[in-house]
Design a protein. Structure first.
Length: 278
């Protein structure tokens, strides 16, 4: 089953084309991570899936329905988006921030219901923030703050979560906390997670499917074993990578890498395009 699907999608910023004729689908109840070099269109694709950007051509479908035709409140009940650097409101407690996630389910005028409070409390429990619910957002660490934003997205009770580089600016411990949390939500709550990550090893370890992009197109899509391999990394990132199996998770692990020979990169790109075409 597929939750989100793009067909012949093209997206531009003013006159500059970022994504051209891109088609791909995202399986339900799985974690899909989009990887690729800076400026390749990862965040643009994610914003298009969240309807933050309108395509110049093509269509995005959510649960089989044209994304552009879905009403705003209905979409917010289906899909939650966490941007790369969300604006931090001043003077809000953690509980108040998470309560904003209930907006799509509330009537135009009315207070939070008992069910709203129950969902908020459960979201705080799931993210390990129940003991911080009365704490001001500004008092939290980076990892705790990121978990608060995820808790707000959980309070929307959407089946789909989109996250643009959720581990940015976090130290190693907090990066793992966030990724383990997302993995747990996927496995226990059956949430479909689609995210952008820069760290190849994190993407490999925590994903069911990887989408490797370059210059606005998908060069390779598949399991971590299919994507995190020397030929794909050479064509996508221009590196010669040494790949081993992670002894803990069993996922492909990039041990070390060097800059690849330009001629080898060209051969790899041609090979990947041939595979994608078939």
């Amino acid at each position: 089953m597929v939750d989100l699907q793009a067909e012949q999608l093209s997206v531009s910023y003013q006159t500059r084309s970022i994504i051209e004729d891109l088609s791909l689908s995202f399986p339900s109840e799985q974690i899909t991570t989009i990887i690729g070099p800076n400026g390749c269109g990862k965040s643009t694709l994610l914003k298009s899936l969240a309807r933050l950007l309108s395509p110049t051509a093509g269509t995005v479908y959510i649960k089989g329905e044209d994304l552009q035709a879905v009403k705003r409140k209905a979409l917010a009940q289906m899909l939650g988006m966490l941007s790369q650097s969300p604006e931090q409101p001043e003077g809000l407690s953690v509980y108040q921030l998470v309560a904003y996630g209930r907006y799509p389910h509330r009537k135009r005028i009315g207070k939070l219901t008992d069910n709203d409070h129950a969902v908020i409390s459960q979201s705080l429990q799931d993210t390990g923030l129940i003991d911080f619910k009365d704490r001001n957002i500004e008092e939290l660490s980076g990892g705790q703050r990121q978990r608060a934003w995820i808790a707000m997205a959980l309070a929307q009770e959407t089946d789909i979560l989109l996250l643009d580089e959720p581990t940015t600016y976090l130290d190693m411990t907090h990066q793992l906390e966030i990724l383990l949390l997302l993995q747990s939500l996927n496995r226990t709550k059956k949430r479909t997670v689609i995210m952008v990550l820069h760290d190849l090893n994190h993407a490999s370890r925590f994903s069911d499917q990887l989408v490797a992009m370059k210059n606005g197109e998908v060069l390779c899509m598949g399991t971590p074993e299919e994507v995190v391999c020397p030929v794909v990394l050479r064509s996508v990132f221009g590196i010669e990578a040494q790949i081993v199996q992670d002894p803990s998770s069993g996922a492909p692990l990039c041990m070390t890498y060097d800059i690849a020979n330009p001629q080898n990169i060209q051969h790899s790109e041609q090979a990947e395009r041939q595979v994608a075409a078939t």
